[in-house]
Design a binder for this molecule. Sequence first.
Ligand SMILES: [Zn+2]
Ligand SMILES: [Zn+2]
Length: 482
Amino acid sequence: MAYMKALNSTQFYACSKLAPLLRKFLLQLNPNANQSSTPSSSSSLLNPQKIHFVASVPSDRRDEPHTMAHLSKYFYEATAGKTCRDLYHPQYASCWKALAVNVCSLLPGSYKLFFPLLAIPPLVKGGGYTRQYWRDHTLSYSEISFKTYLIAVMGLSMHCCIYHIFGRHKYYFMGATGFISATIIAPFLSHPHLRLQGITYFNMMLEVILKKSEIRLVQVLRESKLFGTLLFMIFNTRIMELLQHGAVNQFWMMYPAKIREVDRNSEDNSRVMGRIYPRGYKACSHDRSCDAYILDGILKYSFAGFTIEFARAVISKFPLLYKRPDRFLPGLGKILSFKLMFFLAAYIAIYRMTGCLLCRHHGRDRPIHNRIAAFLSGTSYYIYPKYQVFTLAFTKFVEMSYDHWIKTAKQLPEWATRLNKIPFLHLAYMVGVGYMYHALTFHAHLSPPFNNKALNYCSGNRIENMKRRIVALMIETEWNKV
Ligand SMILES: [Zn+2]
Ligand SMILES: [Zn+2]
């Protein structure tokens, strides 16, 4: 199994471990046999649940060097002489039939994928539920789901187009189908949707690049929770500093209070904070008492964290309610996590308490208080060291620093004016979708769970089935050499 080493995709490594079973499977499998493509038809030996035992693969194996050239070489060897039907739609002889089936069957998948986007925001909104809000919210959900469905149909059909144009399967075009579909749809997406998806896909791409990096320093540092926490603290400090300055105003987990003049005749009505650090007047910039300000933040952020985790768990275990109702609650209990809740609560508690103590100590608010409080509140990342949080902070840090510079610089250099004309959001979205499509096919063990869910829900598991066929073909080719 020489090529297994070179591949270094855990999935292919997984296949090598499954070799005896796979061989049996391959012998039974007639490449042209009807292979159902519905998500529920995952009973084969190569089903995603069984093949995705990535977590059990030792991390040292995951980090073995591999070259793209090797992977593409084995891809070309395995798919030589295979038609688009063999790889993408074995159950339909005609590409048109496959397209028609995709058009008719893929719509519910996109609506299912974005269901949390419909359910969670109203749960954490906490008020302002007007008729207009519900109308806009539902329309927005419907719009993003429908456009994603169009991308899925286009992406899948493009595999056939590319095969017919080149007369063979193209390794690099596997992801390009996602890129081209996203390029076609991007101009029709509303700005909030483009932003949401562009940043999500770009961040997932960063995650895969970080996980995939063969640079020794990156490999060591990405395993270090302490280093991740330190970087998050730095990003958080800069983001909060820029938000307080006010030239850029973007979404972040929290917003600092604007610094205001101290009224020395005001009364400090904080009992707890007053006891910890007494001050004869109100030194902070926030409204209400320090106690109410801190407690309110902790409660709101805990509630938001819990609601998100709870809704996520309910949505993922929902099918059990009608299949196996007795297993619903135990299943829910198993996957329900409180880490996001603790992270958000700790984040806001540290920030607000530090800010209040510093203001009390100095008798008034200063920008440095916000910086110190933000730096310290970044330690909460240690509770929830997720790539999604890290990449979001990194992207915001870069984007907001750049935006701030553009808006506040007295005179911009020529290159910056030119750079400003590049539609970065569109590019991030297009490249991100294409890259993640490629990552799911060839580096599934590095692909974030949301990406697997997104592509497989929207494609009705066709991408997963396609990937399984490619893996099976690669193994078959290798065995035939022995
Ligand atoms: Zn076809
Ligand atoms: Zn205060």
